[in-house]
Design a protein around this ligand. Sequence first.
Ligand code: ADP
Ligand code: MG
Length: 585
Amino acid sequence: TGKVETHEFQAESRQLLQLVVHSVYSNKDIFLRELISNASDALDKLRLESLRDSDLGADTSDLHIALETDAEARTLTVRDNGIGMSREEVTSLIGTIAKSGTAEFVRKLKEASENKDAAASADLIGSFGVGFYSSFMVADKVTLVTRRAGEQTGTRWESAGEGTYELQALDEAPQGTAVTLHLKPEDAEDRLFDYTDTGRLRQIVRRHSDFIPWPVRTTVERPGKGEGEDEGEGEGEDAGPQQTVETLNSMKALWARSPEDISEEEYKEFYRHVGHDWTDPLETIHTRAEGTFEYQAVLFIPSHAPLDLYQQDGKGGVHLYVRRVFIMDDCTSLLPDYLRFVKGVVDAQDLSLNVSREALQQDRQIQLMHRRLVKKILSTVKSMRTKDAERYRTFWREFGPAMKEGLLSDFDNRETLLDLASFPSTHDPEEQTSLRDYVSRMKEGQEHIYFLTGESRARLENSPHIEAFQAKGYEVLLLTDRVDEVWAEQIREFEGTPLQSIAKGQVDLDADGDGEGEDAQERSAEEQQREQDFEPLLGWLGTALGDDVKEVRLSSRLTTSPACIVGDAHDVTPNLEKMYRAMGQ
Ligand code: ADP
Ligand code: MG
């Protein structure tokens, strides 16, 4: 057993812990859900690792979670015999917060607590989900003892949630992890916070962790013989209280149950476990396929985008199970990249337990499931749009830019995606529009869906490109997401109506339908006269601007601005140019 070393938390973790310790998060019970969720993940990982590596030498005969209480010492221990953590894992996983966006989150949380805004800080903690650190809502000291499967030495970690934690190497430790909470003395008189009471624990586990696929056990004291009724078999000699082991959860895999029997609350709790998110999902999809290739899936659309949705190394993927056995928690082969925000579980009947990541991508059954699940998700969004416009708006606000990536990569569903999409437009300063609605509002003689891309709505609205269109009462889509530049380059039409950038080529408003056809027009005498009048100016501008422009010409598109710069019909737009430059191309 090594000597005790004191380490400092990473700055962000320290701040976060401070705020959690003094948190006003209303439902303290959820710390138990978080610890059980972690223990369950650890058991999943151990089962999987021992399937893959027969030399691991870990005992997997009785995988379970135990809740151990000591009313006198006021401690609660959550113990699992799962994968455990190495010393390095303890420091990196528990001592730091890897989640991207933590700094921003901590800043907001601090602000809320300085303003004594209890509701706001509770909301923030809820939408971030502080996982293991939620222990400090109920404990003033937490001790974690762990040993990783396959390793000899264990690690003891202890902290009061202030600036530091202690680490110590242990010669002996049971495999797995035990988290002991030293409950806050100030809560001692409150029965609600008596987490050494088996009744309370049973209540919490049933409410928050019932579907956990491993037994969550606790020891209950039953009155001895003579006090209560005759309990029947198995009692010992003496008539003192008897100890029996009780499993608190039903352990039924949620996805295998019939949807009619599952309450909304159960789905939500399940989402919190698989999604590592404390908020409610926006949409739940429970689906199954029977016949030659069977699977069951429970998928969730979150109600907010994860902080790393648009980062290169952002996490994604759903949990893959094969016949109830956990295979991986970030299976990216089942859904396309643009749906990476979808969380949940897919349980496949006919895959091999040893299937590798690489093999998964090639697997025909996976491809089939992939196709069906995408269709299912898209049709769910579609019906959300018709049935619950508010919910759809939230969806599109959070995930619209990701969905639009699908326009570039998912050719099979391109039409559906275009149909699902919403875009800001000059029609309404607040509400976005679908392409279908745009088309239904098109003016007599208008043959294109017009759009303009750029950095912000305000900029686009003031762009000289737009003047003539507004003067004519033509609606223009104002596309400000980065991805818009790319898909708008590639997609030529929506259900037969061509899309046209108004920043490109010569959009001739008087003969719409011939957008780029500068040669095909017949010029009126008046126009020819005008051109002659401006000839000297155009010539002078052309020389003055030199190589910076290709051509200077008269335009009918401006009403109040004297001049504007347009791209050639096939040029990349300025915004796209910037994007390519940013990507180093
Ligand atoms: P999250 O579960 O969302 O990753 P947590 O704060 O709950 O965040 O846990 C952080 C990490 O610590 C986990 O991802 C896991 O790697 C590790 N961990 C926590 N509890 C356990 C446990 N009982 N056994 C093994 N590893 C654990
Ligand atoms: Mg967790």
